[in-house]
Design a protein around this ligand. Structure first.
Ligand SMILES: C[C@H](O)[C@H](O)[C@H]1CNC2=NC(N)=NC(=O)C2=N1
Length: 93
């Protein structure tokens, strides 16, 4: 299991991904698409990087809006894995 990050590490890493918000033990971003089809197409693009990383986002889809929430369930908070996946997801947005 990867180690939990401390608050100064979280502050430093989150400054590199300004589109994402730190909300408690999660990194969050909300992205709006043209319609449900495009929202789902985007969600499908997350499968490959998540499987490769062995780390998976929590997803909420509401019509054309996708909320992505990242946390390390096993560690009980934010780890380097969450930031690595957030940086990767940002390249798809
Ligand atoms: C065995 C496997 O590595 C674990 O079940 C993984 C899978 N993906 C995961 N993803 C996230 N976000 N947190 C986890 O703790 C987690 N655990």
């Amino acid at each position: 299991m990867v180690a939990l990050l401390n608050s100064s590490q979280i502050q430093e890493l989150s400054s590199q991904i300004p589109d994402w918000k730190v909300e408690g033990k999660h990194l969050k971003i909300v992205k709006t698409f043209k319609d449900f089809i495009e929202a789902i197409a985007f969600v499908n693009k997350l499968v490959e990087p998540a499987e490769t990383a062995g780390h998976h986002p929590d997803l909420e889809i509401s019509y054309n809006k996708v909320t992505i929430s990242l946390t390390s369930h096993d560690a009980g908070g934010l780890t380097e894995k969450d930031f690595a996946l957030a940086r990767q997801i940002s390249t798809l947005l």
